[in-house]
Design a protein around this ligand. Structure first.
Ligand SMILES: Cc1cc2nc3c(=O)[nH]c(=O)nc-3n(C[C@H](O)[C@H](O)[C@H](O)COP(=O)(O)OP(=O)(O)OC[C@H]3O[C@@H](n4cnc5c(N)ncnc54)[C@H](O)[C@@H]3O)c2cc1C
Length: 426
């Protein structure tokens, strides 16, 4: 039975990526009047929610920085085309974030604490997404048939033992596949991959942009108003939020949600909260009508990319580039993804005609510790932060939306919010 709030309130949600639209739906469910504010169309190419790899991986509980990551820093700086890179020009600006990032994964205990927290956020996410998609009439976009991690050898998997042992301790189960079993499930894969792990609880989205657009339409059909304007700040008076200030006018509200992805930092700073939000830029390459269609999505650990057969073609997504919000994309990084794809799937016809190849760059909104910020601002409890999901924002958006609605109503959140409290950095 839907919860009925004591008093319906005007809720302004800034940002219509996966996090914003699901927060809007959950607030509408509670009877609030919701305005969704975004200068660009929901599910559009400007959003990380458009171009991600589409993994609904409830087992993605290991943050990006692990013990010993500091040893790789020289490579991050010297290899501009490696899977993780920091642009020299941006280094001075990124340095404080990078130090916190390395520190947050310094010990196995730190890693495990984050894994426990992320597990609480991500558990059951494929089911939650499927229910949302069904409601929005796009159930076919969410599949819950598992995803695979492929390895060149069993020894490569063993080298990842810390991460997998933590996953096991937080309740993740998987099947280990030897070469012949891997071949049966992924006959298209190059034979140099000889070991794999199948995580059956995970799911995948077959078109994240279309999914988010459908969720936004669903929010509007439930009564949300969509306003195509850019939020510039918030008007807070005597500890209460009064309005979201946009480039065109003020939108009056009693509660506001900041869900502007990697661009949330300036909005928080405008009400006095300086949070270490950085963009981990990522890329995808998409091949339309690829003629090779794996039945299951997989991640190649040595190349650090995900391959996902989607509605519009075969997508390979990955790469981490620390270069800020404004630098131009380096399309050579997307070409690397294409080369990996060709090397992994030998039957993929190469070269693919240019008009069938689409490339994209987007901004993961990343906190140093790999945990999102979900909680209220220091200026007022009326402003709820919901950003910083880094590599897990699509999968994590479903429960985040529910938590946002619970915070708006002052209800007891369904999980412990402490690990996600923005105050851990204030
Ligand atoms: C290459 C790549 C692969 C990824 N793969 C996965 C994956 O497989 N699974 C997964 O779970 N996650 C994945 N992610 C991460 C995931 O895409 C993000 O964490 C998630 O999309 C963030 O959602 P969001 O709603 O917070 O932000 P976004 O989707 O970026 O949306 C933010 C919205 O805010 C709007 N906005 C910005 N500024 C303003 C403003 N001032 N006023 C109003 N609106 C504003 C923008 O226009 C945008 O629409 C991947 C990311 C990348 C880059």
């Amino acid at each position: 039975m839907p919860h009925v709030p004591s008093r319906p309130q005007r809720v302004a949600v800034i940002g219509s990526g996966a996090v914003g639209v699901i927060s809007a739906i959950e607030a509408l469910r509670d009877g609030h009047k919701v305005t969704l504010i975004d200068p660009s169309p929901p599910g559009g190419k400007q959003a990380a929610s458009y171009g991600n790899a589409g993994w609904l991986s409830s087992h993605s509980v290991i943050p990006p920085a692990e013990p010993g990551s500091w040893k790789k820093v020289p490579k991050f700086l010297s290899d501009p085309l490696g899977p993780v890179t920091v642009r020299w020009q941006y280094l001075p600006k990124a340095l404080p974030w990078l130090i916190r990032y390395l520190w947050s994964g310094w010990t196995p205990a730190k890693l495990e604490a984050t894994a426990v927290a992320l597990r609480s956020l991500l558990k059951d996410a494929p089911l939650l997404h499927r229910m949302l998609a069904d409601e929005a009439g796009v159930g076919d976009l969410i599949e819950r048939q598992g995803v695979m991690h492929i390895y060149l050898s069993r020894a490569d998997f063993d080298a990842d033992a810390l991460a997998w042992s933590i996953r096991r301790r937080v309740g993740v189960e998987w099947l280990e596949l030897r070469s012949d079993e891997l071949r049966q499930r992924l006959p298209e894969l190059h034979s140099r991959y000889t070991f794999a792990v199948l995580v059956e609880e995970a799911g995948r989205c077959r078109d994240p942009g279309a999914y988010v657009a459908a969720l936004a339409s669903h929010a509007c059909s439930l009564g949300a108003e969509y306003v195509a304007e850019r939020a510039k700040g918030l008007r807070v008076e005597r500890g209460r939020v009064k309005a979201v200030v946009t480039d065109k006018h003020d939108i009056a509200c009693e509660k506001a949600v900041i869900a502007a992805g990697a661009r949330s930092k300036a909005l928080c700073a405008a009400i006095g909260d300086d949070l270490p939000l950085e963009t981990e830029r990522g890329y995808h390459v998409m091949i339309e009508n690829p003629s090779v269609e794996p039945r299951i999505s997989f991640m190649a650990s040595e190349a650090r990319l995900v391959v996902n057969p989607m509605k519009g073609g075969l997508r390979a997504a990955g790469q981490v580039e620390i270069a800020g919000l404004e630098a131009a994309p380096n399309w050579r990084r997307a070409e690397i993804l294409r080369s990996h794809l060709a090397a992994m799937l030998p039957d993929l016809p190469m070269p693919v005609p240019a008009d069938r190849v689409k490339m994209w760059m987007g901004h993961r909104p990343s906190m140093p510790d790999g945990r999102p910020c979900i909680g209220t601002s220091r200026a007022t409890d009326d402003v709820v932060y919901a950003f910083g999901h880094g590599h897990i924002g699509l999968v994590g958006s479903a429960r985040t939306g529910r938590l946002v609605a619970q915070l708006i109503d002052g209800r007891e959140p369904e999980i412990s919010m402490r690990p996600f409290d923005p105050r851990r950095y204030l």
